[in-house]
Design a protein around this ligand. Structure first.
Ligand code: PLP
Length: 395
């Protein structure tokens, strides 16, 4: 077997400035992390509220592991459905304001599951052009027609829905876009989907635990909890653990338990993680201070950047800082890293050609001093690369 394609293709990536490698972090996902033996300010983690190593979440993990062990031993339909899964799903349904909820082992699997279960031949999926890769892959698995509408453009969506003769129409969107930090125009999407009799799926991976007023997601933010058919989200970002959920009707959950292959043929979420996630959901609901700190930090960062003539459009915890070319993007990211500020550079295929960027994430646990430092160093690194005019992507 000739395996020369392995190194051949990796060399091609290197030549294009697109080679990626893993970075070792020694310790928890805190505002400051140790990488390569040195401390760096961490503006790269989705641990928005600091729950990934919150003492109450860690204690719940240990306590649940003591009671149920580590693994769930089987898929949920065999014997891997434990009390703690049911308790977690009830808590998620209360948080999302839905009749029922169902957990999955990862957000990636949940999106594959939602789209492949709802579609099939004769269905059409209408997908925002900037949706997360797991939605794109879900569309591929769905064996359905896929129509991609322009980013955040409900008018374009409405045209496509109006022209479609499909027997089942499914609209899918990120709530908060993962690389741009902007919000889906939910009221307009809801209006379009209701007019054309479509099902609406919203991915709340970066909205849960982030958006005001309660951190309960995009539908809650817009006061439209009853008008979104499936609210999907992950436990792995603001909730600080691992796994994912859908919040929806009981009938939909029942259908998924019977039809959704990534749910049926996958071992249940480890009970210890379900216990830890339950503690995280309870913290999110009770400790308003966590959300308030995150919003304060978002505001402070925006002010700091505006002071430097680089206004930030994003109103969420994800702030894209547009650089452009792959090499320039990585040069800015490296300059920042060398000065102790870790913000990942994002290149194609994760984002469109020519829109390489730093993807900065804010956390409730950043101090004002850390935020001042990040803004100052970003400005300096961009200036060194001669990037003055289009510093911040207008999300
Ligand atoms: C918008 C969005 N959806 C889904 C996922 C996948 O979630 P998970 O990491 O739990 O597989 C992610 C993150 O990775 C995401 O950003």
């Amino acid at each position: 077997m000739d395996l020369s394609f392995l190194s051949g293709e990796v060399e091609e990536l290197k030549a294009k400035g697109r080679y990626r490698s893993l970075r070792r972090v020694s310790g928890p996902q805190e505002a400051e992390v140790v990488i390569g033996g040195e401390k760096r300010l961490n503006f790269s983690s989705n641990n928005y509220l600091g729950l990934a190593n919150h003492p109450a979440v860690v204690a719940a993990l240990v306590e649940t592991a003591g009671r149920y062990g580590v693994g769930s031993g089987a898929s949920r339909l065999i014997c891997g459905h434990m009390d703690v899964h049911a308790d977690l799903e009830d808590a998620v349904a209360r948080m999302k304001g839905t009749e029922a909820a169902l957990s999955f082992s990862a957000g990636y699997l949940a999106n594959l599951g939602i789209l492949s279960t709802l579609s099939g031949p004769g269905a059409t999926i209408f997908s925002d052009e900037l949706n997360h890769a797991s939605i794109v892959d879900g569309c591929r698995l769905a064996r359905a027609r896929v129509e991609v509408y322009r980013h955040g453009d409900a008018g374009h969506l409405s045209d496509l829905l109006g022209r479609s003769r499909s027997r089942r129409k499914i609209v899918v969107t990120d709530g908060v876009f993962s690389m741009d930090g902007d919000l889906a125009p939910l009221p307009d999407l809801v209006e379009a989907k209701e007019r054309h009799g479509a099902i609406l799926v919203v991915d709340d991976a970066h909205a849960t635990g982030v958006l005001p007023p309660h951190g309960r997601g995009t539908a809650d933010h817009f006061g439209m909890r009853d008008r979104v058919d499936i609210q999907m989200g992950t436990f792995s970002k603001a909730l600080g653990t691992y796994g994912a959920y859908i919040g929806t009707t009981r009938a939909m959950v029942d259908y998924f338990i019977n039809k959704c292959r990534p749910f049926i043929f996958n071992t249940g979420l480890p009970p210890a993680l379900a216990g830890a996630t339950l503690a995280a959901v309870n913290l999110l609901e009770k400790e308003r201070g966590l959300l308030a700190s995150l919003w304060r930090n978002q505001e402070l960062f925006r002010r700091e950047m505006a002071k430097r003539g680089r206004p930030v459009a994003s109103r969420t915890a994800i702030v894209p800082i547009l650089v452009g070319g792959d090499r320039e993007t990585m040069a800015v990211a490296k300059a920042l890293f060398d000065r102790g500020v870790f913000i990942p550079g994002i290149r194609p295929p994760t984002v469109a050609e020519g829109t390489g960027r730093l993807r900065l994430t804010l956390m409730a646990t950043h101090t004002p001093e850390m935020i001042h430092t990040a803004a100052r160093e970003i400005d300096r690194a961009l200036k060194e690369q001669g990037i003055e005019s289009h510093g911040i992507a207008q999300a």
